[in-house]
Design a binder for this molecule. Sequence first.
Ligand code: B1M
Length: 214
Amino acid sequence: MSILAEIQKAVFDGDESKTIDLVNKALAEGIAAQEIVDNGLVKGLHDCGAGYEAGQKFIPEMLMAAEAMKSSMKILKPHLSAGSEGGNLGKVVLATVEGDVHDIGLELVATMLGSAGFDVVFMGPDVPTEKIIATVKEEKPKLLGLSALLTNTMDVMPFILKKLEKEGLRNSLKVIIGGAPVSQDFADRIGAEGYAYDAAAAVPVSKKLVSQLA
Ligand code: B1M
C-alpha cells in the first residue's frame, strides 16, 4: 500500500496519531503537502462520508476522521503555498454560513488565500448572518467568502447577499462561494460574483474579483 493510501485509510479509521505519523513520514519522503491533502487526507474523509451515507459510519466516527484531518493540516499548513506575490491583495472575510458546522474546506481556502497574499479574517463555522454583516461593516473587506456543505444551508447564501444589499454594502465588495453542494450555476442564480470548486481554484478567482474592484 502506498503511503498516501495508508493516510487515506488512517483518516477513514479516525486514527489521529497514526495519521499524524504518516503525514510526517510522507513529508520526510518529499511528497508535496498539496498531494498529501488531495490524495490522502481528503480521500479518507470522502470515504468516511460515503460510509456515513451507506449507514456504515456514524457521527462520532466522522468527527474522529475530521480531527485526524485537522491535526494533520496544522502540520501541513506551513508547507502549503499558493505562490505568494508578497504584496497585500486586500482583506477577505471567510465564514461558513449559519447552521453549518463544516469548516475543514474553508480552513483550506483560508490557508491558500493567506499564502497567496490576502489578509484573511477567518470567522469559522456556523456564523450567524448578522455577525457576518457586522464584520463586513467593521473590516471593510474587498472580498467575502462563504462556504456551505449542506443542501439545506446553501440557501442561507442568497439571504446574506440580500442583507448586504439592504445595508448598502453590496457594491463595495465581491462575493465568492464554495462547498460541495454549491455550483457555478447556483452562484449565477444568487448573484455571487465568484465560485470555486476547491481551495486551489479559490486563489485565481479571488485575485480576479479583487482586481475588478480597483
Ligand atoms: Co457532515 N455531511 N454532517 N460532518 N460531513 C457531509 C457534508 C455529507 C455530504 C456526508 C454524507 O452524507 N455523505 C452530508 C451532507 C448531505 C447534504 O446536505 N447534501 C453531511 C451531513 C448530513 C452532516 C450532518 C447533518 C449529520 C447529522 O448530524 N445527521 C451534520 C451537520 C451538522 C451541521 O452542520 N449542522 C454533519 C456533521 C459533520 C461532522 C461534525 C461530524 C464533521 C464536520 C467537522 C468539521 O468540519 N469541523 C462532518 C464531516 C467531516 C463530513 C464529511 C465526511 C467531510 C467534509 C469535509 O471536511 N471534506 C462530508 C462528506 C464529504 O465531503 N464527502 C460530510 C473535506 C474538505 C476538504 O472538503 O468541505 O468539500 P470540502 O471543501 C472543499 C470544497 O468544497 C471547496 O474547497 C474545499 C477544499 O478544496 N470549498 C470552497 C469549501 N468551501 C469553500 C469556500 C470557497 C471556495 C471553495 O470560497 C469561499
